[in-house]
Design a protein around this ligand. Structure first.
Ligand SMILES: Nc1ncnc2c1ncn2[C@@H]1O[C@H](COP(=O)(O)OP(=O)(O)OP(=O)(O)O)[C@@H](O)[C@H]1O
Length: 667
């Protein structure tokens, strides 16, 4: 991939550059490979120096700090607009080609009609000046009748054009959002450690609509302006070549200024969108955790923080507004200047009879139309650059290949038996590569047995379950399930074989039924009787059917906010059970539930462990005592393993020490 992309992007210089890149950092992150070296994203846009500079900066730190990534991204996005980039953004419009073609045809008709008006008016004026009253009246009646009919057609065409364009725009936005959302969903967990939720939501909501407007309504408006300028100029040349030459001398300097302006706007849009994403991130996180904000009495502090973020956005937007104001002012002035030049020179020509009054009037109207159209073109150019700025971010997201493949992989012929082995596993989180959470760790789980994992806080217990679920990959060593390496397995199959109940389970807004069925494999029909069965096993049947107002149809609120901690736990247990997994990953709740809830949750957990391979992060003494084996995690390794009695027998053992100092729940 690297070689291919390198060749495409860098041509003959590729091997040298690839080698130097490799030499600089072996662990070049996939983001760089997919985003920077991906020809579809970067070819043409990023010149070789820019890419290598970004790559070096990126690799000079061992891990990808978000600031470095965004610096590299901004540097790339500052480069010139390439044909590829334009081609790519316009390819979004392809599925809507018939709607857009229809809209453009209607646009041609309505614009032609608009552009015939000055010519017709000129003719009417000449008629007034050159014919007798009777002939003039009948001619004017006839011309006005024809014009009314033509204007009606123009109105209908405009309606059709706007409708079709907007429909196309909405559909492109939808397609784009679906693709971006899919792209976000399939990324590996580590991706979300350095890509904030608010930022991603902003890409999904704002950037997509900016990009789709850029290739639809903006194109329509730009095309309209272009047609009007093209026709206007032709008509001006037809009416008076000399006058046309004099009046159009303003255009070249305006064009040159427009190029610089466009680049500036594009850069500013990227920055503004970044700042906006940052503000959205703050808002999203605080609103999502409003209880914590209120508990700590931080409403005012959060409002201030948001205001600061918005001040940055406003500052960037005001710089953008200043540039826009200057540019629009300049183009408006140019339009008026054209009109003035035409009026002056035309007046002289009429006085020496080289131009009729009607032609001068037509010419003036065309000049005014062109003036308006030039400002139309400038706003088209502004929007196009905004769209390109926003699209850079979207391509980065859409082109990113997840480090852990989302599909493919081995699907074993039989259901999992639940034999699990961690062999010399070392692991560190990608954003903290220097901190080895697991270091050459070994652990064997016999099918159908319960293994309790204990260890001090931060010893890597939860990390172990993430690795088993294939959410992260070990740096070295291997984890196997039924003697298949889990990284070779299809992730859906793997996660389908494992039921999980975490310490603080998250439910989704929806009904109890929706939440239990969330655990069922996609496409498998699960009836209410199976849902009830799972609820019974999870000790949740009674409270669902008799305490909740609408039974299975009761809404649980956002994140299950309408349920108690113990109720949420039991619904989560039912959710884990609905697919009847062979393996269970349990993280016992440390938060104090009331005695009855605690008993019900605990009893449910005991029940569901039977006959399954269970890896439980234990916080209760009884779970530890009943486990077939206890693995004590310490310094990234399994320091001790055995039954409760054997481990307690060792006077100076880590386990015994842990039991002495860590508060395990006694119930
Ligand atoms: N996403 C992450 N990025 C970087 N480091 C992480 C991440 N998640 C956890 N860690 C670090 O990994 C180490 C192990 O964390 P883990 O959550 O597995 O510990 P634990 O044993 O489950 O702790 P506890 O009992 O407190 O829940 C800790 O030092 C933690 O700071």
């Amino acid at each position: 991939m690297l070689h291919l992309c390198g060749k495409k992007l860098l041509g003959a210089r590729a091997p040298h550059l690839i080698c130097s890149v490799r030499g600089r950092a072996e662990s070049a992150n996939r983001w760089l490979l997919t985003s920077v070296f991906n020809p579809t994203v970067s070819a043409g846009r990023a010149n070789v120096k820019t890419v290598v500079a970004s790559a070096s900066r990126y690799m000079s730190v061992k891990s990808a700090s978000p600031a470095t990534i965004s610096a590299a991204k901004v540097q790339i996005s500052r480069s010139k607009v390439s044909k590829n980039e334009l081609r790519r953004i316009f390819s979004l419009a392809k599925p809507e080609s018939w709607r857009l073609t229809g809209a453009i045809l209607l646009l041609f008709v309505s614009s032609s009609i608009s552009m015939a008006v000055p010519f017709a008016l000129g003719k009417v004026i000449d008629l007034i000046y050159t014919t007798d009253t009777a002939t003039m009246n009948s001619n004017i009646n006839m011309v006005c009748g024809i014009l009314l009919a033509i204007f009606t057609i123009g109105g209908i065409c405009n309606f059709g054009r706007v409708y079709l364009m907007n429909m196309a725009s909405q559909r492109i936005t939808r397609n784009l959002r679906e693709k971006v959302f899919r792209s976000i969903m399939i990324q590996e967990t580590a991706f979300f450690d350095h890509n904030k939720t608010g930022e991603l939501v902003n890409r999904l909501s704002t950037d997509t609509s900016v990009v789709s407007a850029c290739v639809t309504t903006n194109i329509s408006d730009g095309l309209r302006s272009l047609i009007m300028i093209g026709t206007g100029v032709s008509m001006m040349v037809y009416l008076s070549p000399i006058l046309a030459l004099v009046s159009l001398c303003v255009v070249p300097p305006v064009m040159i200024i427009a190029v610089f302006y466009g680049r500036y706007i594009r850069r500013m849009t990227t920055k503004t969108q970044d700042a906006l994403a940052d503000a959205t991130q703050v808002a999203e996180e605080r609103i999502g955790n409003i209880r914590t904000v209120k508990t700590f009495n931080k409403e005012e502090a959060e409002i201030k923080k948001y205001q600061e973020k918005m001040a940055t956005v406003l500052d960037l937007a005001s710089r953008q507004s200043l540039a826009m104001g200057l540019f629009y002012g300049m183009t408006g002035f140019s339009g008026n200047a054209i009109a003035l030049i035409v009026l002056y020179t035309g007046g002289v020509m009429v006085s020496d009879n080289s131009l009729t009054v009607g032609s001068l009037a037509s010419f003036l109207l065309y000049a005014a139309y062109i003036g308006v159209s030039i400002s139309g073109i400038s706003s088209f150019y502004t929007e196009l650059n905004k769209g390109l700025g926003a699209s850079t971010r979207l391509w980065e997201l859409m082109d990113r290949q997840p480090v852990i493949p989302y599909s493919g992989g081995l699907i074993p012929p039989r259901d999992a038996s639940g034999e699990i082995e961690f062999k010399s596993v070392s692991f560190s989180y990608p954003n903290r590569p220097e901190h080895l959470v697991l270091d050459d760790m070994n652990l064997y789980l016999k099918p159908g047995t319960v293994t309790a994992i204990v260890g001090s806080s931060g010893s890597g217990k939860t990390t172990l379950s993430y690795l088993l679920l294939g959410l992260h990959r070990p740096k070295t060593g291997a984890i196997s399930l039924d003697s298949f390496r889990i990284e070779d397995l299809n992730v859906s199959w793997l996660r389908g074989a494992i039921g999980t109940v975490s310490q603080e389970p998250v439910l989704f807004s929806g009904t109890i039924r929706d939440n239990v069925l969330y655990g069922a494999p996609d496409g498998v029909q699960v009836g209410d009787d199976q849902v009830f069965e799972a609820l019974k096993e999870a000790n949740a049947f009674k409270f669902v059917t008799s305490d909740l107002p609408h039974g299975l149809d009761t809404f649980v609120g956002e994140r299950g906010i309408m349920l108690s901690g113990g109720q949420k736990q039991r619904i989560a247990i039912a959710r884990a059970l609905i697919k009847n997994p062979q393996i269970l990953l349990l993280d016992e709740a440390t938060s104090a539930l009331d005695a009855e809830s605690e008993h019900l949750v605990h009893e449910a957990l005991e029940k569901i462990m039977k006959g399954r391979t269970v890896l439980t992060i234990a916080h209760r003494l009884s779970t530890i005592k009943n486990a077939d084996q206890i693995a004590v995690l310490d310094q990234g390794k399994v320091a001790e393993i055995g039954t409760y009695d054997t481990l307690m027998a060792s006077e100076l053992g880590v386990f015994r020490n842990l039991i002495k100092h860590q508060a395990f729940q006694q119930t």
